[in-house]
Design a protein. Structure first.
Lengths: 402, 85
């Protein structure tokens, strides 16, 4: 079994497309949640989201090429290029033949679907653009990355709603660990902020119109976001041999299903995923110092996650620093787990626990140390990153100091 | 429109129980109604009465809509606001 490390990170996020901007916003608790732009809001009750506003596809793609990619695939390709560049990875022919690409997304090319259906039903268009299907298909991001970088190894998409990015990184981790692939490009991407998606989320009645305040007693629900994060995973041996920078080691991966409710999370399902990840990493609960929480800012998630952490960590739970990035990034659905895995790797690298932003009031039902508003320099030996999806699908990564 | 009757009808359908078993005091929880059912009930009532109910699943579905009577009262309030006096 190979040891697996993270040697490159690329992000496209509501707080910037550079790693420094991304990390400094998380550390400073500078939120990317703002009034919605570029989407007609007349028919929406939702007025806020965390959008990627400084992204011009023409900066990254020739016009003909940009036209072939839905926004979710554009984000993914841009983040993948940045990750490979960051890792200093030389993808020669031999390596490219074996390199894996595993990309999570919840919705796929949703903007393409929304636009084309509007033309069809709203404007009675007689026919649709010939690239509608290749742009919207849920595997388009994985395919586009493989074509853009010439990666020819195992390539596929994971779709587990809000845990998609985490499941993708977990699968890629297992492939590199087992020797199936020497390197993997893995992460998540999402760009589904359309009138249709926002109306559908409004119908669930869990969106906040204030902001996202994870674990805060006055939290009022979740806020939707978008973006992408892609990691370069490779064997530790390979990374050391080529003198690559190492952000963190991937140590374990756990998955579970609640098998209870379609939308309400279950503390037992979440706890089983965390335990399974620790077991996979051959670690004790006491070895973990930091938890990057799913922390959506809904009453139910934050309470359930607290219960799950208490059940797994017992007395050690009070020694954990637990924070959610969603006050800054909001909920990027399929990209959330990947952005948060990136943040967890950076936390280990810098030995800084980023804060839970927008925190105002302690909640007795979320009584963990949630690192409110101010980042903390602490020794972080190992950390976990939690993702709990609608449909009761859970994924947890364990990361360790390089 | 008899609001309580209409509310009972919607809830009976969602909970799959005969309407005559329901009264204003019936607790939603006792009918096995879960959070996802409450969202559907609210949606059905909004369609039926052409109103928007101020309901946020986040604030706790159960306390606000504990009984059928409470649901009916919430509907009556918004219906009254809608009707010009």
């Amino acid at each position: 079994m190979n040891r697996v490390v993270i040697t490159g990170i690329g992000v496209v996020s509501p707080v910037g497309c550079g790693l420094n901007e991304f990390w400094s916003a998380l550390v400073d608790g500078r939120s990317g949640i703002r009034a919605i732009e570029n989407i007609p809001t007349q028919r929406l009750n939702t007025r806020i989201a965390a959008q990627v506003l400084d992204f011009d596809p023409n900066t990254y793609f020739e016009p003909k090429r940009a036209n072939q990619l839905d926004r979710f695939a554009q984000f993914a390709v841009v983040a993948a290029r940045a990750a490979v560049r960051d890792a200093g990875l030389d993808l020669d022919e031999e390596l490219a033949l074996q390199a894996a690409t595993v990309i999570g997304t919840g919705a796929g090319g949703h903007i393409t679907i929304d636009d084309s259906y509007f033309k069809l039903y709203g404007e009675n268009a007689p026919k649709l653009h010939p690239l509608t299907i290749p742009r919207m298909m849920v595997n388009a991001a994985a395919s586009q990355i493989s074509m853009d970088l010439g990666l020819k190894g195992p390539t596929f998409t994971t779709a587990t709603a809000c845990a998609s990015g985490t499941h993708a990184i977990g699968q890629a981790f297992q492939m590199v660990r087992s020797g199936q692939a020497p390197v993997a490009i893995a992460g998540g991407t999402e760009a589904c902020l359309t009138v249709g998606t926002l109306k559908a989320w409004e119908a669930l009645r869990i969106l906040s119109n204030d902001t996202c305040r994870p674990f805060s007693k006055n939290r009022s629900g979740l806020v939707l976001g978008e973006g992408a994060a892609i990691l370069v995973l490779e064997t530790r041996e390979r990374a050391v041999a080529r003198g690559a920078p190492i952000y963190a080691e991937l140590q374990g991966f756990g998955m579970s299903a609640d098998a209870v409710d379609l939308i309400s999370p279950d503390p037992d399902g979440a706890a089983r995923a965390i335990r399974s990840a620790l077991l996979d990493a051959r670690m004790n609960a006491e070895d973990v110092d930091y938890v990057n929480a799913h922390g959506t800012g809904t009453t139910l998630n934050d309470r359930t996650e607290t219960k799950a952490l208490r059940s797994v960590f017992g007395k050690h739970a009070d020694k954990l620093a637990v924070s959610s990035n969603k006050g800054v990034l909001a909920h990027g659905l399929g990209c959330a787990g990947a952005l948060e895995a990136a943040a967890t790797a950076l936390a280990l690298h810098s030995q800084i626990a980023p804060p839970t932003a927008n925190f105002e009031e302690k909640d007795p039902e979320c009584d963990l140390d949630v690192v409110p508003n101010v980042a903390r320099q602490i020794p972080i030996r190992s950390a976990i990153s939690n993702s709990f999806a609608f449909g009761g699908l859970n994924a947890v990564l364990v990361l360790g100091r390089a | 429109m008899d609001v309580l009757y209409e509310v009972k009808q919607v809830i009976a359908k969602q909970a799959r129980v005969p309407m005559d078993q329901l009264s204003a005091d019936t607790r939603l929880e006792a009918l096995g109604i879960e959070s996802i059912d409450v969202i559907e009930i609210v949606f059905a009532l909004e369609e039926k009465f052409g109103v928007t109910l101020p309901f946020n699943a986040n604030e706790s579905a159960v306390s606000e809509f504990e009984t059928i009577g409470k649901v009916a009262n919430a509907v009556k309030t918004v219906v009254a606001e809608k009707t010009p006096s």
